[in-house]
Structures are given as structure tokens and as C-alpha cells.
Design a protein around this ligand. Structure first.
Ligand code: SAM
Length: 237
């Protein structure tokens, strides 16, 4: 499958892993764009709430119906009902509806953000939501030598940066030093061709895991700051 589908599949597999206790039931995705990850969330039976957030109202308006229940979802419902909210807003802002999420997903988002927004993302995710797990993917610039001649400065005109493996690792370590109740596992998606293994994966992936014994702090004054684009309810058995 193409790389983007491999990324969705890897994220789905992580959400399904049996080592999570509790298994994630509420998932937040930032930078959901065309809502392409939605059908993968839907396949994870223990997920009962998905909140998808993007800053671009037009892309959400255009693609939001991808999260709508299909006839087949009524004829052959999933085990658990699934509540879906598609919200327009920035990862820089903290909306009360994000609280209680077990898992946060950011697929190819951070490289689209200026560094001041990346800093606010860290606060929103690790300081405010404090999920059990958080998953990030971003291009691995060490891999770009294999794309020579096909690229401008970056893989996409809107990228603000593309990090090498060591830059990405520095970022994850900085987060962990600020939020020491998390640990990180780094992996990747998209294997390099034979003989070129030294450049690493095409996309790099960081999985942050919160310590079991950490008790999340309370955020008392959180409000609804995002705009609701749509909510859907998928039936369960
Ligand atoms: N996650 C998508 C996927 O896997 O198909 C692709 C993400 S796309 C490359 C980046 C998205 O991030 C865009 O849809 C953009 O509107 C969104 N975005 C940019 N800045 C944002 C912000 N501050 N908060 C939330 N979303 C943002």
C-alpha cells in the first residue's frame, strides 16, 4: 500500500495493542484534514469516541461526511456505539472536549507548524489533555537523499521544517524532560530500499506513553473554544 495508508494502518495497530490498560476508548486526532484516518479508527472495536480537529474549515466542510455512518453500519453495527465530533480549531488552543482522551494522534502535522505553535501543541497535548498515549509521525529528512531530484527544499511546499532522526529524537527527549511521567518509543513507517537501510524509514514515528502511576492534574477552567463542524453517532449492537 502507499505510504499514507501504511501510516494509518500502523496507527490503528498501535491503538489495538493489548498492552494498553485501559484500552483507548476516546481518541483525539489533530490535523485530521480529509478525515482519511477515520475509517481506521472505526475498525478499532474498543474506541467509542473520536474527536477530529483541523484548523481549516473548508477542508472539514468538504470531507466531513466521510465520518457519517453508512447504511452498512446500521445493517451490521459495530460492537460499541461510536460518537464522532469534527471540530474546527487549532492544536494551539485547549478545548474542554479534548479532556479525557486516552490517545492523541498527529499524523504528518507538526512539520506544518511554526515552532511557537509546536510549543503550544506540546502544552495542549502533554500539559492539558495528558493522554495515556500520543502518536506523532513526521517526515524523516535523512531519507530525502533517496528522493533527490524529486524535491524542492522540502517534500511539501507547506512544510516549515523536516527533521533528521537526531532532530526528531532531540524534540521527543525535550518533551520527556519537561513531562517526565512520559516515556517515548521511536519507530517509523515506509522501509528504505535494500542496501539503503542507513537512511531509516521514510516517515518517523514517536509513541509517547504515560506512566501508569501518574495521576493527571485537573484543568478547572477549560471551555469550548473550537467550532463544531459536525457530530455523528454510529450505532452499536
Ligand atoms: N493527518 C492527515 C492525514 O494523515 O491524512 C494529514 C495532515 S495534513 C498534511 C496537515 C493538516 O494540518 C492540514 O489539514 C492543516 O489544515 C492542519 N493544520 C495546520 N495547522 C494546524 C493547527 N494549528 N491545528 C490543527 N490543524 C492544523
Amino acid at each position: 500500500p502507499p505510504l499514507y495508508r501504511q501510516r494509518y494502518e500502523v496507527v490503528r495497530q498501535i491503538l489495538k495493542e493489548e498492552r494498553w490498560s485501559p484500552l483507548p476508548t476516546k481518541v483525539v486526532e489533530f490535523g485530521c484534514a480529509e478525515l482519511a484516518m477515520f475509517q481506521y479508527f472505526k475498525q478499532v472495536s474498543h474506541i467509542s469516541e473520536v474527536i477530529m480537529v483541523d484548523i481549516d474549515p473548508h477542508i472539514l466542510d468538504y470531507y466531513v461526511c466521510r465520518a457519517s455512518p453508512l447504511n452498512s453500519d446500521f445493517l451490521n453495527p459495530r460492537q460499541n456505539p461510536l460518537h464522532v465530533e469534527v471540530l474546527c480549531g487549532s492544536v494551539a488552543d485547549c478545548d474542554v472536549r479534548l479532556l479525557g482522551a486516552n490517545a492523541v494522534v498527529c499524523i504528518e502535522l507538526i512539520e506544518h507548524l511554526e515552532m511557537d505553535i509546536v510549543a503550544k501543541l506540546e502544552r495542549t497535548i502533554f500539559g492539558f489533555i495528558q493522554p495515556d498515549i500520543a502518536i506523532f509521525t513526521t517526515p524523516n529528512s535523512d531519507f530525502n537523499v533517496l528522493l533527490k531530484g524529486m524535491l524542492g527544499k522540502f517534500r511539501h511546499y507547506d512544510h516549515k521544517f523536516e527533521w533528521s532522526r537526531s532532530e526528531f529524537s532531540d524534540w521527543t527527549n525535550k518533551i520527556i524532560s519537561q513531562y517526565p511521567h512520559y516515556k517515548v518509543e521511536i519507530s517509523g513507517v515506509g522501509v528504505p530500499p535494500e542496501g539503503k537501510e542507513d537512511v531509516g524509514y521514510c516517515s518517523q514515528l514517536a509513541l509517547f506513553i504515560r506512566n501508569h502511576d501518574y495521576v493527571p492534574t485537573q484543568s478547572e477552567d477549560a471551555k469550548e473554544v473550537y467550532t463544531t463542524c459536525r457530530t455523528y453517532d454510529h450505532p452499536g449492537k
